[in-house]
Design a protein around this ligand. Structure first.
Ligand code: BGC
Length: 747
């Protein structure tokens, strides 16, 4: 108790200092430029107009633009660079684009990559995305999305890393590293809480308690900041009543003050004038002042800084120092990105890089890492060698745009390998592949079902490519239903009625409620939107050249009415019981999710045995260490993802029923067994109090180990004494991920 009071007192002393002192001292170049710039030139640095929006070439030539977005072709970018060369100070421009999962060669969507449970997958894909982007003349992507999303109705869940803070954070950080190694800057977005929009409706407000904000929503952003992200973008929403784009607390106190973020903050597109629409500013002038003073340095296509800031400075409403601070941040970020020292850009060189064979090969290999085998009755997969004919059903099987997914940057749909293409290329000679659509991609009519079923009945195996067309997810694509779209479930039933086994290849950008699909489908392979080479990766997986080794980074509900449903819920005093009405459940839906977080099958079977907790009494500087023997009990090689979850059993506030604290993937040959050790810092087991302080309270922690969030309890440890973090932002300790080491052959 004494300790608590002591730290709280220090926290209140340090808070103002931390807030004020975050900006690094400007370099000599930045100081010189600031001294030389006119007011208009300074304001220009704070403006980032969009192609098709407020972009004005005359302003670029006059040195009154800081950066531009949505220009994609190397030629356009070269032309804008030439215009900028006419400006007085020739300050290099930011060239930004939403490179979310590739530029010309598309990789799986970020949610899919999280399913690999291997951040290196995202680091590699973003590396290649950056190599192409840089060749095209870009120097900044608006990625990663670190918005924790726990409501699958929200279409943008596809852009992030799933429902778990640690997993999402590891992937956000990996993306930053990948973009950097490929040669472009990264933008963390959408700070903060965008994933918590009410009802999963895009742009709706979010209301998040302080503890939940710090324990769940802020960690992925924080992990991206620690990975060195260059720019941070605000969101469109209000969080706890304050538009994030006007939130001094988020942009200045937390981001810069607590976390020491050295870069600049850009608004989301048009989000500054939207502060007025959220009812928190009386017009654009006040919105501009609120945003700038909150710490939003650059206006993305809102045309508000350009229109309002000069007047606000001249009439004394806004101190010029506030403007200078923002300009210094933009310039310093450009300097850190190396833009002042860039070699001349050659647009002609881009064609040798875009879509290069090695980049497409990487896309093919990485796509296969993200597939999740949700069910596989009677081992219907991999496709048996004696299969002589396959009926491929569903318009999605041949849709190039839907194979790519949304946010397709500058991909060329015609260069995309669909599932049908992939199957045709991979099927052994003599295996017939017949294709029949059954219905359009959204499956609006059943008029062709009869014909499709008749065709399918002639085949040994039916591969039904179902799920969401790409425009069902992404920005502005919230859904109130999580069912397969249109009449797809009916189509699936018709196919199953033929008596032929039906393998569902599922395209999706969110968890779907598949309760009606699990019976008629023999197998379900979730392939998300697999990207430019997706069809090859899918076919190779179906035929067993590659093993599906993805695991769900999000809970799959039985029914949309269960949402929000996440594995790390807080406990209820009355956990759901089928036979007891007065427990936490629904009258009309079975208990629990359809497929839990972390679930995913392979083509072999694994056992985990002899789990041992190394030490049962742990101090705050120790690590919780667990060893287990993992064996491949099947006949094919395969990869298992070992997952360790922990529950803080008694604390001063209710703690989640379990939280993922460490995981690792290992390849095992048939019959092979290995000992693995998972280790978690005790300091990561704590939580935040409402005052922002972080604590690991002493007491018992239960440990679960297995292959999904349904892993069994293997024992408990006692932590004593506890741990209390010093104030002012050392809570990164909570997010130090545990890790797994493969020790060697099991004794
Ligand atoms: C989205 C951002 C995106 C921006 C620029 C906005 O509508 O919310 O995520 O970066 O547009 O394309």
């Amino acid at each position: 108790m004494r300790i608590t009071i002591f730290f709280a007192a220090i926290a209140s002393l340090l808070a103002p200092i931390a807030t004020a002192g975050a900006d690094p001292a400007p370099s000599e170049r930045v100081r010189r430029l600031l001294a030389e710039m006119t007011l208009e030139e300074k304001i220009g640095q704070l403006d980032m107009p969009s192609h098709g929006g407020h972009y004005d070439p005359a302003r670029v030539a006059a040195g009154r633009t800081g950066g531009v977005l949505n220009f994609g072709s190397p030629q356009e970018i070269a032309a804008i660079r030439a215009l900028n060369a006419q400006s007085r100070l020739k300050i290099p421009l930011i060239f930004g684009l939403d490179v979310i999962h590739g530029y010309r060669t598309l990789f799986p969507m970020p949610l899919a990559e999280a399913a690999s449970f291997d951040p290196a997958v995202a680091e590699q894909s973003t590396h290649w995305a950056a190599v192409e982007s840089r060749a095209a003349g870009l120097n900044l992507t608006f990625s990663p999305v670190a918005d924790l999303a726990r409501d699958p109705r929200w279409g943008r869940i596809v852009e992030g890393g799933g429902e778990d803070p640690m997993l999402a954070g590891l992937f956000a950080a990996a993306r930053v590293r990948g973009f950097h190694s490929g040669g472009i800057g990264a933008t963390l977005k959408h700070f903060a809480g965008y994933g918590a929009v009410e009802g999963g409706r895009d742009y709706a407000p979010a209301d998040i308690s302080e503890g939940t904000l710090r324990d769940r929503y802020l960690p992925p952003y924080r992990m991206a900041v620690e990975a060195g992200v260059d720019v941070v973008m605000t969101s469109y929403i209000s969080l706890n009543g304050t538009p994030t784009t006007a939130s001094r607390r988020l942009m200045s106190d937390i981001l810069r003050g607590e976390w020491g973020f050295p870069g600049y903050v850009v608004s989301d597109m048009n989000a500054i004038p939207e502060i007025a629409l959220l009812g928190v500013a009386d017009g654009n002038g006040e919105a501009a002042k609120l945003a700038l003073e909150a710490g939003v340095d650059q206006d993305m296509d809102g045309e508000v800084y350009i229109a309002e800031l000069a007047g606000l400075v001249r009439d004394g409403t806004l101190p010029e120092a506030a403007l200078d601070r923002a300009v210094a941040r933009v310039l310093a970020t450009k300097e850190r990105l190396g833009l002042f020292d860039e070699k001349p850009f050659d647009p002609a060189a881009a064609s040798a890089v875009l879509g290069r064979a090695d980049i497409r090969a990487a896309s093919r290999a990485l796509a296969a890492e993200t597939f999740v085998l949700l069910q596989n009755k009677d081992d219907v997969l991999p496709i048996r060698p004696e299969t002589r004919s396959i009926a491929v059903v569903g318009a999605l099987a041949a849709s190039q745009a839907d194979t790519l997914g949304n946010n397709a940057a500058r991909a060329v749909p015609a260069e995309t390998v669909t599932v049908l293409d992939g199957l045709r290329a991979r099927a052994p000679a003599g295996t017939r592949i017949d294709f029949v659509e059954g219905c359009d991609t959204a499956c609006t009519s059943d008029s062709n079902f009869q014909a499709a079923a008749a065709k399918a009945a002639e085949a040994d195996l039916i591969v039904a490519v179902l799920g969401e067309p790409q425009d069902h997810s992404g920005e502005g694509a919230s859904r109130a239903s999580l069912e397969l779209p249109g009449r797809q479930t009916d189509l699936l039933r018709r196919l199953a009625a033929t008596g032929r086994p039906v393998v569902v290849v599922l395209l999706a950008g969110r968890p779907l409620a598949l309760s009606e699909a699990v019976d008629p489908a023999a197998a379900i392979l979730l392939v998300w939107y697999p990207g430019s080479e997706g069809g090859h990766a899918v076919a190779e997986t179906l035929f067993g050249d590659r093993d599906p080794a993805g695991r769900l980074p999000v809970t799959f509900p039985r029914h949309v009415g269960q949402v929000p449903i996440t594995y790390d819920a807080l406990p209820t005093a009355r956990p759901g019981k089928v036979e007891d009405r007065y427990t936490s459940r629904y009258l009309d839906v079975a208990l629990g999710p359809l497929f839990p977080f972390g679930h995913g099958l392979g083509y072999t079977r694994f056992t985990q045995s002899d789990a041992r907790i190394a030490a049962r009494k742990l101090g705050p500087d120790d690590r919780l260490t667990v060893a287990v023997t993992v064996a491949n009990a099947g006949t094919r090689p395969g990869r298992e993802v070992v997952q360790l979850y922990v529950r803080d059993v008694v604390a001063s506030r209710a703690r989640p029923v379990r939280e993922l604290k460490a995981f690792g993937k290992l390849l095992l040959e048939p019959g092979e067994a290995r000992e693995v050790v998972l280790s978690v810092p005790v300091r990561s087991l704590g939580f935040h109090r409402d005052d922002g302080s972080y604590v690991v309270e002493p007491g018992r922690f239960d440990v679960y180990l297995g292959s999904s969030a349904a892993a069994p309890l293997i024992g408990s440890v006692v932590v004593s004494p506890g741990y209390e973090a010093p104030p002012a932002g050392l809570s990164a300790e909570r997010f130090e991920a545990g890790h797994m080491t493969v020790i060697g052959k099991s004794p």
